[in-house]
Design a protein around this ligand. Structure first.
Ligand SMILES: [Zn+2]
Length: 412
């Protein structure tokens, strides 16, 4: 039976969003926490970009050591041979998504008539071929602006991708202009006609990013193929954002058209959903809205008399799902007394205290402490924030890889 998988693009679409971004160590922790949630794949960066290369390779090494688990790390490239060759040469990444615009709007007004539809198809198949010949294990092909692409050409494009060896095609609702019904219909037709699994990538310009994602995934499933929903943590992403990861999972678990169908991988475990949402919000410096699905401060709050009375009698009166399912429940206390933190200007004694408090490390050797302190200082240089326990653990347990992640790469 076909299934729905999640492919999170926080470290690509989220990271490229105007005004916000993540340090490489923060991207690393996002990969780690996504793996703990049982998310199938993380689009973890840009392997043709020089400043991403050390981080991308170090994260693969962390995966080999078991520090990042249960997740495929995949790089995003333009669907041009040059990007693919650079990615294969400079990184050990072997899972890729290759992107090119397919709508007449973009072919005529972005590429300014330089390419015909057949040129676009050929560039894509050449890029897929280069990736496969170079040892890529999976290749997804992204039809950018698929929503505004004529169906006949989209089917032809997807069929050519499949023939070239692509494992799936990404239907990109790049402008967020589809709706759940149009998405169901178009992706159902595309999957049937092209005969391969599809990814659904939705933006939120009409406020329907989650709904269109669910519609597209169900259309694909009902055509008999696996679907891969692209999401971001807390819905961060270009303009009005992408489909929110937690909202999509909860919709598949609890909405009438989905529940009971066993569409989701049993590996998905939301016990870390709260931590992932709060970590990512802090890292992006984008607060979680009060009414955010599942993780907002009001998601399980009841004040009005009728609601409070009903929720106290039986939580199901006013709560659709359980807060414990999402890793909520423990009171979170902001420390108000003395705090010893570590950061750019930290010293050895403070760091030793934090190591003991956060990781239970007792009396670390002096040389190890000095090395860790340098890495902590480097790591916090770009964020000007104090380290979290997850970040400190990576630095402490994998100093060689942490150095690659936090050091500024030299321009090539
Ligand atoms: Zn996007």
């Amino acid at each position: 039976m076909p299934r729905i998988f999640f492919l999170d693009v926080t470290n690509r679409d989220g990271d490229q969003t105007a005004r916000i971004g993540l340090a490489k160590l923060q991207k690393t922790v996002v990969n780690l926490l996504l793996g703990e949630l049982g998310i199938h794949q993380s689009e973890y960066g840009f392997p043709f970009s020089f400043h991403e290369v050390p981080y991308l390779n170090a994260n693969l090494a962390l995966q080999e050591r078991g520090a990042i688990r249960n997740i495929i790390l995949e790089g995003w490239c333009r669907a041009i041979v040059g990007d693919v060759e650079a990615a294969l040469r400079d990184t050990k990444a072997r899972h890729f998504n290759l992107s090119i615009s397919t709508s007449d709007q973009m072919i005529q007004n972005k590429f300014r008539g330089r390419y015909s539809r057949s040129d676009i198809t050929r560039m894509m198949t050449d890029a897929v071929d280069a990736a496969k010949q170079g040892g890529a294990l999976t290749v997804g092909v992204n039809a950018e602006d698929a929503s505004r692409t004529e169906m006949e050409y989209l089917v032809e494009f997807a069929g050519a991708a499949k023939t070239a060896g692509a494992d799936r095609v990404r239907y990109c609702d790049t402008l967020g202009c589809d709706d759940p019904f149009s998405m169901y219909d178009r992706m159902n037709r595309l999957a049937k006609a092209a005969g391969l699994p599809l990814e659904v990538h939705c933006h939120n310009d009409l406020g329907m990013g989650v709904a269109t994602s669910i519609g597209g995934a169900l259309g694909t499933i009902d055509a008999g193929y696996d679907a891969y929903i692209n999401t971001t943590v807390n819905g961060v992403g270009e303009r009005s954002g992408n489909a929110d990861l937690l909202s999509c999972i909860l919709a598949l678990r609890h909405s009438p058209s989905c529940r009971g169908r066993e569409l989701l991988s049993p590996r998905i475990d939301l016990a870390k959903a709260w931590r992932l949402a709060t970590y990512t919000a802090n890292a992006f410096r984008v607060p979680i809205p009060l009414n955010q699905v599942g993780v907002g401060a009001n998601a399980f709050a009841h004040e009005s008399g009728i609601h409070a009375d009903g929720a106290l009698k039986d939580r199901r009166n006013y709560e659709l799902y359980d807060l414990e399912e999402l890793g909520r429940g423990d009171p979170s206390c902001e420390p108000t007394g003395r705090e010893i933190l570590t950061g750019t200007h930290g010293g050895a004694a403070g760091l030793a205290h934090v190591l003991q408090q956060e990781l239970g490390v007792e009396d670390p050797p002096e040389e190890r402490l000095r090395e860790t302190l340098q890495l902590v200082q480097l790591a916090t240089l770009s964020t000007q924030d104090t380290l979290t326990a997850e970040e400190l653990r990576i630095i402490w347990e994998h100093p060689d890889l942490a150095r690659e992640i936090v050091a500024l790469p030299s321009p090539t």
